[in-house]
Design a protein around this ligand. Sequence first.
Ligand code: APR
Length: 238
Amino acid sequence: MAYRNLVVLTGAGISAESGVPTFRASDGLWMGHRIEDVATPEAFARDPTQVQDFYNQRRRQLASVVPNAAHIALAELAAHCQGEFLLVTQNVDDLHDRAHAAVTPAPGFDLIHMHGELLKARCTVSGAVCDWPGDLTVGEPSPHHPRGTLRPHIVWFGEIPLQMERIEAALSACDLFLSIGTSGAVWPAAGFVEIARAAGAQTVEFDLAPTSGSHRFDLGLYGPATQTLPPYLETLRP
Ligand code: APR
């Protein structure tokens, strides 16, 4: 298929086959925790040790996972794409980054982690972001401000996702939108398909099974992303 402006949204499902657990379990818990205990600014204010421990564990887990065929297929497309290709991930793991490090992306390619990154930390006073590959301790002094400490560079519930203006501009100009491995339970990402549709884009959902928002997509390709995505992306290669 010929396209000029591609936007791809990924969620936890693309990393599932690498061994990173998805979020929404049938018991209503979020990775075994209540959301309000680990993923809100209020939780961090109330019990910073519990919140830092939760993200320290998830950060450590990255050492034991590697990108899978779906991450790699997107990276290969990024190396060969013509026009614009914006990859927006809700995932805070670094599996897209590692897959993309193995190729030279085309000039029109960019990657946005709209919910932040596990391997970065943020100054509580200045908002400056730095690489942080190891554990974060409560009250870790910020290198960016004398009164600042470091928190995980994670967008918690109740906070605004990163680079939204840029993402919305790309969606409004895209002619193809792919949504991969996301349940559509969390906004604003769940609404991206509507912005793309309003722009006249073709929209395709990849998931294990149709999601609650599947009726908004022109096409659904269902099954494990490592099997459905690579052959589809092959058809987009120039
Ligand atoms: N291939 C394709 N899809 C898969 C696979 C797979 N191998 N495994 C699971 N999925 C699908 C599930 O069917 C589900 O629809 O991935 C989706 C994962 O959904 P969620 O766990 O809700 O994750 P996500 O949509 O990324 O969550 C969005 O919510 O909790 C917040 O900030 C967190 O970024 C996260 C956001």
